[in-house]
Design a protein around this ligand. Structure first.
Ligand SMILES: [Zn+2]
Ligand SMILES: [Zn+2]
Length: 184
């Protein structure tokens, strides 16, 4: 079974300049061919469907894939740790070349008459993932003292008194500035 990410371009290269459109849904990384990303909370399930829609255009020496890549991601709210689901929708505009110039680290390679849109889609989506998502813009987070979810309940916790200052609490200070004035 061939991957929809693998697009034959040999004919397009012969008939330059020309272009065609590619659109498909395919799992993000079902063959697990990409390296695991590391300890980041936000990620895309390998079996999640990615929507790819690009126009492939030839130019001398290569082709350009321009369009959009979409994928659902899952993460954890940075304030309250609730699961968060979202969707990345990224504009892509990448070059595929027959041969990479020495200083060219951006282009993908045309191999055996095919361009592989999988690395392109993978790179674009991973770069777009939010590092610290929120479950909602006004998430109140967790109480640092009792751990309660402040979105659900308002607790009565207060910052514990620092004993170094406790004695000062019992003292009255005469404030020359305020004598004679009335507190608003
Ligand atoms: Zn939250
Ligand atoms: Zn609390």
């Amino acid at each position: 079974m061939s991957s929809p990410y693998l697009v034959p371009v040999a004919r397009l290269l012969r008939d330059a300049p020309s272009s065609f459109e590619v659109e498909f849904d395919a799992p993000f990384d079902e063959p697990h061919e990409f390296a695991p990303r590391g300890p980041v909370e936000t990620d895309v399930f390998p079996e999640s469907l990615v929507h790819v829609k690009v126009r492939v255009e030839s130019f001398s020496g290569g082709m350009r894939a321009r369009g959009r890549v979409e994928a659902p991601w899952h993460g954890v709210c940075r304030r309250c740790s609730a699961p968060v689901l979202g969707r990345s929708d990224v504009a892509v505009n990448e070059r595929f070349v027959d041969e990479r110039a020495v200083d060219d680290e951006e282009s993908y390679l045309i191999e055996h008459g095919f361009i592989d849109l999988a690395p392109l889609a993978h790179d674009a989506i991973l770069l777009d993932l939010p590092l610290a998502p929120l479950c909602r813009p006004d998430c109140q987070g967790l109480c640092p003292y009792c751990g309660g979810d402040l979105n659900d309940v308002a607790c009565d916790c207060q910052a514990p008194l620092d004993s170094r200052w406790a004695t000062l609490d019992g003292l009255q200070f005469a404030d020359p500035e305020s004598s004679g004035s009335t507190d608003a």
